[in-house]
Write a protein that binds this ligand. Structure first.
Ligand code: URA
Length: 259
């Protein structure tokens, strides 16, 4: 019996993160969240439309500069967060309650990247705070990571797509320089891309998650491991085992990179 078994029993949560192939030196399994949720993103939360930059100049869309003349690629953390909070480069700004910049250690070795804020994230301004976030926290625990300590968590999009819809290519394109700058500032040793959208956006591919898992990729010279999105895992228990294998690969890769 390991340290977390009594806790899991107490909570009525099964030890779902069980590796079938992991070697003994692999991270400890963490608890899963067994209660399925229909969706992590739902109804619109804001009524007042905001002005959108009517035809945002392409240079801005590509992250070159705004009225201040400062390119996104040159911004420090505070200026970047400020720029994101005032962003009107796509229509998502019309419906958002607030932007969701990202959370965690800005010097972390690990960076986890999801798709876009959902309803809860839009309200609270922090990524992965709903049911999917609980599962993500358990996944992090399995890697000895904690969101407020040694990992930085961000999304491809900083604003919530209304009605739980998929991000549009133009939204991904316009938001991309923000994530690119975050990665440049954090300088993580490893990125874990969670879900199809994160993986496809970072890796500039249309390939399926299934074909991207299990091997090393690169984004801005940082190694990337692809895994399933926690919200998907809440609905697909069998794939939790696969995600556990992905985390083991991420940990083994990280350990190797760290020498
Ligand atoms: N799904 C995501 O991809 N990101 C969040 O922050 C919340 C749900």
């Amino acid at each position: 019996m390991s340290w977390h078994d009594p806790l899991l029993e107490e909570l009525g949560i099964g030890p779902l993160w069980v590796s079938r192939t992991a070697a003994s030196a692999q991270p400890q399994p963490a608890a899963g969240v067994t209660e399925p949720v229909a969706s992590v993103r739902a109804a619109p939360a804001r009524e007042l439309p905001r002005p959108v930059a009517a035809a945002a100049p392409l240079v801005r869309a590509l992250g070159q500069a705004d009225e201040s003349g400062e390119p996104i690629a040159a911004l420090g953390w505070d200026a970047l967060e400020q720029r994101v909070s005032q962003c009107t480069l796509c229509t998502l700004c019309e419906k958002r309650t607030q932007t969701v910049f990202g959370v965690g250690d800005r010097n972390a070795n690990w960076m986890l990247i999801g798709e876009a804020p959902g309803e809860n994230e839009d309200k609270q301004g922090e990524p992965f705070v709903g049911q999917a976030g609980k599962l993500l926290d358990n996944m992090l625990q399995a890697l000895a990571l904690q969101r407020d300590r040694n990992v930085f968590i961000a999304n491809v999009l900083k604003c919530r797509p209304p009605g739980n819809r998929n991000p549009e290519p133009v939204e991904v394109e316009r938001c991309a320089p923000y994530l690119q700058r975050q990665v440049a500032l954090v300088q993580p040793k490893l990125i874990v891309a969670m879900g199809r959208f994160a993986a496809q956006s970072l890796l500039k591919t249309t390939a399926s998650i299934a074909s991207l898992r299990g091997r090393l990729h690169e984004y801005e010279n940082v190694p990337v491991i692809v895994t399933y999105h926690p919200a998907y895992l809440l609905r697909s228990l069998p794939d939790k085992a696969k995600a556990w294998t992905d985390l083991c690969l991420a940990k083994a890769t990280f350990d190797k990179l760290s020498g």
